[in-house]
Design a protein around this ligand. Structure first.
Ligand SMILES: NC(=O)c1ccc[n+]([C@@H]2O[C@H](COP(=O)([O-])OP(=O)(O)OC[C@H]3O[C@@H](n4cnc5c(N)ncnc54)[C@H](OP(=O)(O)O)[C@@H]3O)[C@@H](O)[C@H]2O)c1
Length: 275
């Protein structure tokens, strides 16, 4: 049990995380809660979110007795899910926390991979992947970007940070012929993130792109990677990154003073030379 009276770096901040039922999103939820943030969590698997919010609420009690976390289950690519997530702050938390009451850390994380190239990947999965990785990310960047801009207008922005953190990938920066359809969605995300940074940075909103190499999570199975081939690659580059490596990096970025911005981070396991 963690002490609820100790001052923590993310006290008074509220984070919205999509794709929180597994992997990087789930680990971010734990880590940010341990640093004092309150959380709005999203994914499609409601049972996982129920369990996660129970864990967080029990392990990280808040000072004002409001719950540490809540969840909105649903497809993160739906605008209606996004609107519910953004509105969840007012219903859950002390309204005086932020005005307007919206999350001030938004982590655009929900996503999936797809084994194979434009020639070899399963075309039946293209639309779902593009919808989740690109359109879903774009809708949340737009909705959150507008809201965070208003939040910063309503207060003296140099005093308080507002963060939009977006999960790209090393294959969204370096072309990999082996996962080119997936990589193309992350190249698109890369350009959206940098464009949003240029648009929102001058208004006091930090837009940060996180580009991990291979991270061990449910990602590999969902993407349909061949277990033998991929297992060999994992062995070659081991130890591979864990979701906690990404969570620590995100926590470091959002804990910086509001006038400082780490906008783009590539993270690989030391032995991963490519991509
Ligand atoms: N693992 C890697 O090697 C790696 C490398 C670079 C970048 N990334 C990126 O990092 C992010 C997280 O990946 P991960 O490794 O944590 O993968 P993961 O373990 O498979 O987790 C993916 C999360 O996204 C959620 N999700 C998928 N589609 C969704 C949708 N339409 N709506 C809401 N939630 C959805 C999943 O939950 P539900 O199934 O319950 O919806 C799950 O919580 C992704 O954007 C991925 O592209 C991963």
């Amino acid at each position: 049990m963690h002490s609820s009276t100790q001052i923590k770096p993310l006290d008074s901040r509220i984070a919205l995380i999509t794709g929180a039922s597994a992997g990087i999103g789930r680990q971010c939820a734990h880590h940010l809660a341990s640093m004092g943030a309150k959380l709005i969590l999203n994914a499609r698997r409601q049972q996982n979110l129920i369990k996660l919010t129970q864990e967080l609420n029990e392990n990280y009690p808040t000072n004002d007795n409001s719950p540490r976390s809540t969840f909105i289950a649903g497809d993160a690519a739906n605008q209606s899910t996004i609107d519910k997530m953004m509105a969840a702050t007012a219903q859950l938390f002390n309204e005086s926390l932020l005005t307007p009451p919206i999350p001030d850390i938004i982590i655009v994380n929900a996503g999936r991979g797809l084994n194979g190239s434009v020639m070899t990947s399963d075309t039946n999965q293209w639309e779902e992947m593009v919808r989740t990785n690109l359109l879903g990310a774009a809708r949340l960047i737009r909705t959150a970007g507008i809201a965070l801009q208003k939040l910063q207008e309503s207060r003296n922005w140099p005093e308080k940070p507002a963060d939009l953190v977006i999960l790209g990938s090393t294959v969204g920066r370096h072309i990999s012929p082996f996962s080119s359809m997936y990589g193309s969605t992350k190249f698109a995300v890369n350009s959206l993130a940098e464009a949003a940074r240029r648009e929102l940075g001058p208004k006091g909103v930090r837009v940060s792109l996180i580009e991990p190499g291979i991270v061990k999570s449910e990602f590999q199975q969902v993407a349909g990677y061949d277990e033998d081939n991929f297992g060999d690659l994992m062995d070659t580059i081991s130890p591979v990154l864990s979701p906690m490596d990404i969570a620590r990096t995100i926590a470091f970025i959002i804990s910086q003073p509001p006038g400082m911005h780490i906008s783009d981070v590539v993270i690989r396991s030391t032995r991963q030379e490519y991509p």
